[in-house]
Design a protein around this ligand. Sequence first.
Ligand code: SF4
Length: 336
Amino acid sequence: MTAEAIRARSTAHWIIAFSGGKDSSAALKIFLAAYRRTKVRLSRITLIYCDTGVENPVLDVYAKAFLQQAEQEFAQLELSIKIELLKAPIPDRFFVRIIGRGYPPPTNSFRWCTTGLRIKPVSEFIAKQNPDDTVVVLGLRQSESRQRDRALALSANLYWQKQREGKGDYDLFLPIVEMSVPEVWDAIFGLSLPTALDRSALEALYRGASGECPVIKAPTAPPCASGRFGCWTCTVVRKDKSASELIKSGHSQLKPFLAFRDWLAEFRNDPANRWKTRRNGSAGLGPFTIDARKEILKRVDSLEDLSGTTIIDTEERGVIASLWTMDHFARLAFRR
Ligand code: SF4
């Protein structure tokens, strides 16, 4: 099916959406195996990875190491595959929204994060392409959600879907749409390329996780749920099962990250940390107070020291400082 698709769209720009998770890994492997078999020379192939800045640190290290090695491997194999790391614009990043603008950490009813952090960077990249000439390879499977199954059931060919973005509809190609989870793992273990993909490491990462947060809202995005890989800061889930499982299996470096996440979820729920009204003046708890934002920043700083990682970079810190100033004057004006 994939080889046939490549032959049928041999002049298109093929974009492979990679998240580091099992489904997009299987989709990538299937695509590469089929591409080599066809002997077709595609003029443009791009592998995109969305760097949220708050990805589960273990998965993040794994995915970035893979991308670095894959770039070399693709060059050695003379596969002209470009790798693009996509990132949300600074104002949309997780801690800029929370510490800068005082957004409460996401909940099921106010899940502002998936679109800004994951879907928008990808859709903006795709929107810049010519839709008639673009095929996006997505590791999307049927049976992952009832909502998704209903949407897929409406299409004549499960493997090809249409997605609207920017200048028009582009094609989505879903090489693993009919696969079960064991078949996905069979593809990951059975297909050799890219060898940069560490199958055993990926399998070990999955002991506590069942899926990934989506990067393309297509055809309908399932919500991120318990046991999915995603942001280490995720407060949408009640408990971060995947992080807990990873800690149990030896990734003790995640402990302070998990403790921070748990603390943040509690902190969000304390009304004393929030404005008494919403930003637009309507009734209901509003953004974090400036003091609360300072407290969160202090905790992030401690976590950075403890983990030896950069969680908020210099540019983001600059934007946070200017957002505080804006909010300070806005509150003064509001009180007048
Ligand atoms: S993993 Fe959680 S915090 Fe991250 S985008 Fe998905 S729902 Fe939002």
